[in-house]
Structure formats: C-alpha cells, structure tokens
Design a protein around this ligand. Structure first.
Ligand code: PHE
Length: 358
C-alpha cells in the first residue's frame, strides 16, 4: 500500500516539476497564450487525477477500509498529508500561471502598431550643433580635436602665453578666481597644455567654455564658448594661416562670403590680426543694417603667428619651428550662421527658442 502511494508521490512530483519548468520558460514559447492554456489544462488534469472523487487520493482512502485500525490510522495520516501537499502545490501553481496570464494581457494590450509621434522629443542645443559642425569642418581641414579644461592656473592662462601679471592685457581678461585656480578666459590655455605634452608637427583644435567678468548684454556673456586652433611645423607662414581661414569660411559660411583681415594685438601672437566675414544679413548693401552696424563686416576671430616667446615657454625650438593660432567665439559664429540676434538667448532656456533647431 505504502509502495503504491510512494509511486504516486513520485509521479505527482515528476509532473508537478515539469509544469513548474514550463512556467519558468513561458516567455520563450512561440505562442505564449496557447502555452498558458496548455499549462492550465495540465494543472486541471493533475488536479482531477489526484483530487477528484474518482481520483487517486479518493481511491487510496477507499482502500483504507480493508485494513485494520492501526494501519488505517498510520496510512490515513500519510495520505492526508500527501493530499495537503497536492492541494497547496495546485494552489501556488495556479496563482503563478494566473500571474503570468495577467502580465501577458498587459503586454498584448500594448498596440505597437499605433503611429505615435512624440511632440516633445529631445534634441541637441544649437551650440552643440554648431560645435559639431565646426569640428567636422576642421577635421576635413586636417585638424585633430583635443578636449580642454576649464579650471586653469594663472600660468597656463596668462604667463605662459606671454601675459605677465603686470601686463595691461590682464584687465581685458579678468576672470573668476577659485580656491584651486581660475576659470579660463580663453581656450588659448590649450595651446600651452597640449604643447607641454606634444611636440610639432601638430595641427589641432580644442573647443570649450570660457569665462570673463563681462556684464551680460546682446553680445557679451560671462560664460561663452571658444574654438582654438593652431598648427606648428617647420616653415609655417602667415600665408598658411590665411589660407586655412579662407577654406574654413568657404566651407562653413559659403564660397560667396568675403573675408577681411585687420591688424590687431595679442601678446601670444606676432603679428596678430582680426578676421571678419561679409555680413550675411545685408550682403554689404545696407548702411543701416543692425547686424553689422552698417560696416558690411562681422568680426569672428582673433589670430596670428604664435609668438616665439610662447614656443620658448613650452620648450620648442622657435628657430626651427613656427606656427599660427586662431581663436573664435562659438556663440558669435552661431549668431551669424543662424541669425540669432542676442547672445543671452543661448542660455535663457526658453523652450520655444531651443526647439527651433529640434
Ligand atoms: N585668445 C584670444 C581671445 O580670447 C583669441 C586668439 C586665439 C587670438 C589665438 C590669437 C590667437 O581673444
């Protein structure tokens, strides 16, 4: 009797564990809905096979009447325990499959065929877009792109660039002072940082944020972005600088843009110049133009031949090597290219403005 019951136990748990495994792997089924129904049927069959009036437990209990009282008591207890095991297994497995069924209903109710377009999808800020465009143009011109740092020391931001502490140019580049340095006033610090590690020939650009103590107005901000570029090798001349910048303007603003250079002064370049491009708004036709103030030109960058003092400061033989450098304001370029009238618009976070370029 007990042996028969043990056989039943074994076969019950065999089927039970198969059902459990099937539930665990239900997600892999080709047709999950069908699989759920199949498992539910199996649970029903197991339940009625063991627990119904004509089921195994009932027939085992029936057979008890043939036994004497002592045996009846012992076996009766065992059979009842088995019955309880079956009942609690059936209960928990039924809950499990119902849970799965609920999940399935949730997922199958998702109608993925609906053609929904997000109204507020994310996109890059216009300054990021312009930076990427500029990087592409300079990459085409053979410049490598090097990351920069914003917290700088006075040596790399000023002294190494030939701006000693008593130099009047310091006023123009006054900045924010931190406990561990200053916020850089231009990306020219990267000329020094890069040349401390690398030796010529080198042709690179570096883009990033800069800070000055400027009050905010339509064309000034205490925080802005610059692109610094430089090229150093044997025999680099002013002509290489002009040629590079012409190519840049042609590629970025269009071949019909005119370019103008005027002499300027920077302690770290000698000779120095400022470059302007012809006004996109009036095409040099409107003496009342608000964008170029009627001059026909818009200044976009400072440039020049790297001062030999700077090369000496980073240990480069300035008799053998020469180089040019230029620095442009990204906001200025973006304002020109995309006709943005006020620099503050970049930073005010008006969604209407930001989404114009989405
Ligand atoms: N660093 C200069 C500025 O911020 C721009 C510049 C860069 C000029 C490189 C010459 C060469 O105004």
């Amino acid at each position: 009797m007990s042996i028969i019951k043990d056989d039943y136990k074994e076969s019950f748990w065999k089927i039970a564990s198969e059902i459990e495994k099937e539930i665990e792997k239900i997600e892999n089924a080709k047709n999950v809905k069908e699989k759920i129904n199949e498992i539910k049927k199996k649970i029903e069959t197991l339940k009625s096979g063991f627990l119904s009036k004509k089921g195994i437990i009932a027939s085992l209990l029936n057979q008890l009447s043939k036994l004497d009282q002592q045996q009846r008591k012992e076996l009766g207890k065992e059979i009842n325990e088995f019955k309880q095991e079956i009942e609690s297994f059936v209960k928990s497995i039924t809950e499990k499959i119902e849970e799965k069924e609920k999940e399935l209903k949730y997922y199958t109710n998702l109608d993925l065929s609906v053609n929904y377009t997000f109204k507020e999808k994310g996109h890059f800020h216009i300054l990021t877009i312009v930076q990427e465009e500029l990087m592409n143009v300079f990459a085409e011109l053979g410049f490598e792109i090097i990351d920069g740092i914003e917290i700088e020391d006075e040596y790399h931001n000023f002294e190494a660039l030939n701006i000693p502490s008593d130099h009047p140019a310091r006023d123009m580049w006054d900045t924010f002072y931190l406990q561990n340095g200053i916020l850089r006033t231009h990306t020219s610090n990267m000329q020094i940082r890069i040349l401390e590690k690398r030796k010529p020939p080198i042709k690179a650009i570096s883009i990033g944020k800069c800070y000055r103590r400027d009050n905010m107005d339509a064309t000034h901000s205490f925080q802005f972005h610059q692109l610094e570029g430089f090229s150093i090798d044997e025999g680099i001349s002013f002509l290489d600088l002009i040629r590079t910048l012409y190519k840049f303007v042609g590629k970025y603003f269009g071949v019909n843009s005119k370019v103008n250079f005027v002499p300027s002064y920077f302690p770290f370049t000698e000779p120095s110049a400022e470059m302007s491009v012809s006004c996109f708004a009036c095409n040099q036709q409107n003496s009342q133009c608000s964008v170029c103030k009627g001059t026909g030109w818009i200044e976009i960058l400072g440039c020049g031949m790297i001062n030999p003092v700077v090369l000496r400061n980073v240990g480069i033989d300035y008799e053998k090597f020469s180089g040019f450098a230029f620095g442009m304001g990204i906001e200025r370029i973006a304002m020109l290219k995309y006709k943005i009238p006020d620099i503050r618009m970049f930073f005010e976070n008006y969604l209407e403005f930001n989404s114009l370029w989405g």
